[in-house]
Design a protein around this ligand. Structure first.
Ligand code: 5AD
Ligand code: SF4
Length: 472
């Protein structure tokens, strides 16, 4: 275990070159051991799109080391879990999955088990893995992704377990290989970490300080994605609105304009936006850029000012509503989605009702709703929390059923309208895909259309599930 307090810096390109050498060395060890046959890796990602994007880079390394990927864990020579710490549920699922690897490892003692990501960044977690899960070979935190080849090589050479977790403000590593999950949809990280310290959230502790990738790097990656046929680019960051904050570099609104100017038929999305940093300038840029989806995911978390204050969100209900009003003024058809936490410590039913009234007032397309989950080390985890889980469950159901009504009314309004939909999946003659506003529509069509934009007329709306047909 190396516990250092390193300052944030960009990883020198020579270090990445060195990692490529480690990848070649790890490959030779594996080839000598296992022959030149196929080496299979099973990679599973828990949590958000940020993790999915990180996994694409980890898979890039694994591919360079000679692994192909399998969905069948029983056949895997290497299992990698990229973990999430955001709520108790994600945390428990990871431990359940790691526990289930024990009999697999007993059957195949050469199997290499790797755990990484947000959960591993927490000391109480990696200590527990160290003590109680002796069959795990390699554990690394969120700051070591660019060093996977070196760490794996260490495991292979020494036969010992390797733990590599340390605290730092965080790095930016460019030049890692990427093995993308899809061809027509691409995740594009523009920044890492978070500085907001919302009082309930573990992210700033496990992901380090906010840092932005250079715009040249982001633009080059965007051009590469588009040249390779990508139709849907999602720019990722915990708080994309503060891209390059505190510097003279390109703002997020400018970045959107630059990507929008790249030639090609594609759409641009982004997440997540923080209401405290969302500006009218950004909403104007969204409105002006024809390739930017008219969809804004703007987590409000609560509709009550006292609760927002305790959450350390940095805005009021009024400020939130003023952003929504401006967004609707400049983009009348904009689709709005949000995240909401129910049962924050000390929240009363009256205060929760302010959240209900907010969602009625805004009329979101959809919501991601969560019951508050205490995270060790956060400020909210030590606040008095008198409301029972059962009671919070009731509030939660009240919220989700209110949202179902709102969504089904919105869906009814979409009947008869035609939307541009990117066909994403095909099953038994039915394609499904999302509109620019991120609404799913099912429609009959040929499998060859997967990855293309189709004009789809909405012909039926059952609650919030839409179906349609290709309109010519
Ligand atoms: N409990 C419940 N929900 C949480 N989120 C973040 N931390 C917690 C927590 N401790 C939710 C927030 C955030 C989303 C990604 O996860 O709504 O926007
Ligand atoms: Fe967590 Fe708040 Fe940062 Fe989002 S903005 S990752 S909720 S601390």
């Amino acid at each position: 275990m190396s516990l250092q307090d390193l300052r944030r810096f960009d990883v020198p390109f020579d270090d990445i070159k060195k990692q490529r050498e480690y990848a070649a060395m790890a490959k030779s060890v594996l080839d000598a051991r296992m022959g030149n046959g196929k080496k299979l890796a099973y990679v599973h990602t828990f949590g958000c799109q940020g993790n999915v994007s990180d996994s694409e880079r980890l898979k890039g390394w694994l591919r360079l080391i000679g692994y192909s990927f399998t969905e069948d864990i029983e056949r895997a020579d290497l299992v990698l879990y990229n973990t999430c710490a955001i709520r108790e549920h994600a945390h428990d699922r990871v431990f359940g999955n790691v526990g289930a690897l024990k009999p697999l490892k007993a059957k195949n003692p050469d199997m290499i088990i790797v755990l990484c990501g947000c959960m591993m960044q927490q000391e109480h977690v990696w200590q527990k893995i160290k003590k109680s899960y002796p069959y795990v070979n390699l554990v690394f935190g969120t700051h070591s992704h660019h060093r996977l080849p070196e760490l794996l090589y260490k495991v292979l050479r020494s036969g010992k377990r390797v733990f590599d977790v340390f605290d730092t403000e965080g790095y930016i590593a460019e030049g890692m290989p990427v093995s993308r999950d899809g061809t027509f949809k691409g995740w594009l990280p523009i920044m890492y970490g978070c500085n907001n310290f919302c009082s309930y959230c573990i992210v700033p502790y496990v992901r380090g300080r906010e840092r932005s990738r250079k715009s040249e790097e982001v633009l080059a990656e965007a051009r590469g994605l588009i040249a390779s046929g990508c139709k849907d680019i999602t720019l990722l960051g915990q708080n994309v609105n503060s891209y390059n904050r505190g510097s003279d570099e390109m703002s997020f609104a400018q970045l959107l304009r630059e990507i929008n100017a790249i030639e090609g038929d594609f759409r641009i999305r982004f997440m997540t936006s923080h209401p405290k940093d969302c500006t009218f300038e950004l909403l104007d840029a969204m409105a002006e850029c024809e390739k930017v989806s008219k969809h804004l995911h703007l987590p409000c978390q609560s509709g009550n000012d006292r609760v927002l204050g305790e959450m350390n969100r940095g805005y009021t209900r009024e400020k939130y509503l003023s952003l929504i009003a401006y967004a609707r003024k400049v983009m009348p058809d904009i689709s709005l989605t949000s995240d909401i936490i129910v049962g924050f410590p000390g929240e009363t039913y009256e205060e929760f009702r302010d959240t209900l009234s907010l969602i009625e007032e805004v009329g979101f397309t959809s919501l991601y709703t969560f019951i508050y989950s205490p995270r060790e080390g956060t400020k909210a985890a030590s606040m008095p929390d008198p409301v029972s889980r059962e009671e919070k469950g009731k509030w939660f159901r009240e919220l989700t059923s209110a949202q179902e009504n709102i969504a089904s009314k919105r869906c009814q309004k979409m009947l008869g309208e035609t939307y541009r939909v990117l066909a994403e999946e095909y099953k038994g003659g039915i394609l499904s895909g999302r509109t620019d506003g991120s609404v799913m529509i099912d429609f009959p069509g040929d499998e060859s259309l997967v990855g293309s934009f189709c004009q789809v007329k909405v012909t039926a709306a059952r609650n919030w599930i839409l179906s349609g047909e290709i309109s010519r």
